[in-house]
Design a protein around this ligand. Sequence first.
Ligand code: NAP
Length: 348
Amino acid sequence: MKAAFVNRLGGVEEIRYGDLPEPVPGPTDCLVEVAAVSLNPVDTFVRSGRFSTAVPLPFILGRDLVGTVVSAPPGTSLARGQTVWCDSLGYEGRQGSYAELAVVPADRLYPAPSGIEAHSTDAHRLVALAHPATTAWLGWFEHGRLVPGDTVFVGGGAGNVGNAAIRLAAAAGARIVASSHSRDFDTVRAAGAEVVLDYRDPDLPAACARAAPEGFDLVWDTSGHHDGEFLAEATAPGARVLITASAAPNTEVPLGRLYTKDVSLIGFVMSRTTADQLARAAKGLTPFLRPRAAGPLTRTDKTSATGTVSSAGALTTAIAEVLPLSEAARAHRMMETGEIRGRVVLTP
Ligand SMILES: NC(=O)c1ccc[n+]([C@@H]2O[C@H](COP(=O)([O-])OP(=O)(O)OC[C@H]3O[C@@H](n4cnc5c(N)ncnc54)[C@H](OP(=O)(O)O)[C@@H]3O)[C@@H](O)[C@H]2O)c1
């Protein structure tokens, strides 16, 4: 089968595209015919060795996939021919998704929302959302303890994670103040943010204080630009701060001012998330991942007991490029040089 892989961890130049033996599923694995994969920053971290994890060599890159079940072990609800998705290949000893066929543990494979065919633009949208939407779900509901009525700050609101985070928080009944570049204000408002501020504006902390005079119950700068003074000033007593990226790893944080307000700093990475947590996220996300043509969410789709579901509920994504899998190296280079905004989907 064709695959994009490396024979050793390193730079983009290590990526090969060529033939590898077809994988053989174990007793608890499914074999999946891959229809589309998406490119995530973490794919470059694993490929380069920056994120340390066990990988078999040659190592097939890639976390996410949408595809079709070729075979499933007895006792699972998955059936041959079913469209499925996964967001946790390519680390902890598992091969990745950038291939024509992938072996996926059955408990890491989820049914696609009904109406999504594997070879379709809906499947591209699904695979593009898999990683950021799951991160957003885990942030709010596994780690952040978001409840209806919370006032939250989402930094990087136009990004892949930030946009999904705003849409999920809006559907859960939170009030959202977000930051983005001014060119993205409309997109961020459409996602469900009540107030959008320019992340380049030196007045941003004061504007946040005006927008949330009682302080934020949750602060999540999805872009990883943390500011200790901002955290100390902008948080409400008992607030949670989510940390999922770090643009400046040595940021000073005034711990004394935070702990005396009962503020919790909560970091997490998808890579340490258990299969059970990922499965819970996939189940919870299903209504938000339906094909856009399926219409608006209904009241029963909401994630919390808050009035009506916001029309901001359905998740959207901007797909920058759909490339053949043979262009995996080019796609990694584009991601590392920062020349893409939005998602890149690769098709075998
Ligand atoms: N911990 C985890 O499990 C996990 C999971 C997924 C992703 N991540 C990490 O999360 C980060 C974001 O991922 P992503 O896919 O959302 O990236 P992305 O799509 O590139 O989004 C980042 C956003 O941040 C904005 N931004 C840039 N500088 C900013 C600043 N100073 N303040 C506020 N926002 C700023 C960017 O705006 P411009 O376009 O204007 O530059 C962009 O909209 C990455 O570092 C990724 O590796 C972590």
